[in-house]
Design a protein around this ligand. Structure first.
Ligand code: TYM
Length: 334
């Protein structure tokens, strides 16, 4: 029996993934890889939209792949590969860009945010067409579901629109994917600025819990997390965004319900609560960090695994691309 397909990816845009990536995406990926035929990419072509030193870029790509594996993605079970190793991604992105409206792309809020942040001089065309490349990633694999954090929902919706448009014009070609977003934990916020999402490009490091942070560094960041003056551990996203974010992290990592955590810390203040959470985070990340660092000690083996997986991915992707080229009427090379 064939399993339904799953596709997701992350940008290798930092030395380490962070707790938002872990809770918003990786935890779901790990659970879903059993029931789905899963493809997980390190989207290095997407990361080209941000400037970086070439050697650092290569290293971040390996580090991201190592962290996928360390977090429980099994490259013998799921196809874990590097986007640029499969040429069909860039090629399908071009075709899809020709059916994407300029205004449609211009409505993407992530582009608006990023271009506002970078300013006109640093905003490249690749940032604008970023969601089209993402659509190509997903559609090449005849994907059923795309598990992501809620910041990617709009991109998956664009992907659905493009799939339907293409199918409408040229006949059934792409499966139309569904986003899968975990409601309560879809957005983890910065510890220092709990109304902005935790992000690889945060202004300061203090609010970001990196998966590869040393345990004492993670603990310190949690102890210094911004809270409020009420002193009561209670979920109230509007009025207590800092404490609410910490509660969401607690529940996501332990599987415990928020009221039970509130009860445990009733009358005990934030110090105890933060200590408890620091323990939870350190226990969770400790083994992941150790395994990732171990994998990175043998880059040749990691590269070998990625190459085998890229071959597997290319087989699926090339078949879809060939179908697309035929459907749109590109002359086959004789
Ligand atoms: P990226 O690298 O920004 O983020 C990777 C994943 O982590 C989730 N995420 C978060 N979830 C909760 N709270 C946060 N603070 C937080 N920050 C990040 C993101 O939602 C994402 O799921 N465009 C994608 C990468 C991509 C992709 C794809 C994803 C390229 N092609 C195809 C799915 C399918 C991105 O920028 O991810």
């Amino acid at each position: 029996m064939t399993r339904p397909r799953l596709y997701s990816g992350m940008q290798p845009s930092a030395d380490s993934l962070h707790l938002g990536n872990y809770i918003g995406a990786l935890l779901q990926w790990r659970d879903l890889q059993e029931a789905y035929e899963a493809f997980f990419s390190v989207v290095d072509l997407h990361a080209l939209t941000q400037p970086n030193d070439p050697a650092e870029r290569r290293e971040k790509t390996r580090r991201t792949a190592a962290q996928y594996i360390a977090a429980g993605i099994e490259p013998s079970k799921s196809t874990l590969y590097v986007q640029s190793h499969v040429r069909a991604h860039a090629e399908l992105a071009w075709v899809l860009s020709t059916i994407t409206g300029f205004g449609e792309a211009n409505r993407m809020t992530q582009f608006k945010d990023k271009s506002a942040r970078y300013g006109a001089d640093q905003t490249n065309v690749g940032l604008f067409t970023y969601p089209v490349l993402m659509a190509a990633d997903i559609l090449l694999y005849q994907t059923d579901i795309v598990p992501v954090g809620d910041d990617q929902k709009q991109h998956v919706e664009l992907t659905r629109d493009l799939a339907e448009r293409f199918n409408g014009r040229y006949g059934q070609t792409f499966r139309v994917p569904m986003p899968v977003i975990q409601k309560d934990t879809a957005r983890i916020y910065d510890l220092q600025n709990p109304t902005s999402k935790m992000s690889k490009s945060a202004a300061t490091d203090a609010g970001v819990l990196w998966m590869l942070d040393a345990p004492d560094v993670s603990a310190k960041k949690i102890m210094r997390a911004v809270t409020d003056s009420e002193g009561v551990v209670r979920y109230d996203k509007e009025n207590k965004p800092g404490v609410s974010n910490l509660l969401v992290i607690y529940t996501a990592l332990t599987g415990r319900q928020i009221p039970s955590i509130e009860d445990e810390y009733a009358g005990r203040g934030y110090g105890d609560f933060k200590k408890g959470l620091a323990e939870v985070v350190v226990n969770e990340f400790g083994p992941v960090r150790a395994r990732a660092l171990e994998l990175l000690e043998d880059p040749a083996e990691l590269d070998r695994v990625l190459a085998v997986n890229a071959d597997r991915a290319a087989e699926v992707a090339d078949a879809t691309l060939a179908d697309v080229y035929a459907k749109v009427g590109l002359l086959r090379r004789g």
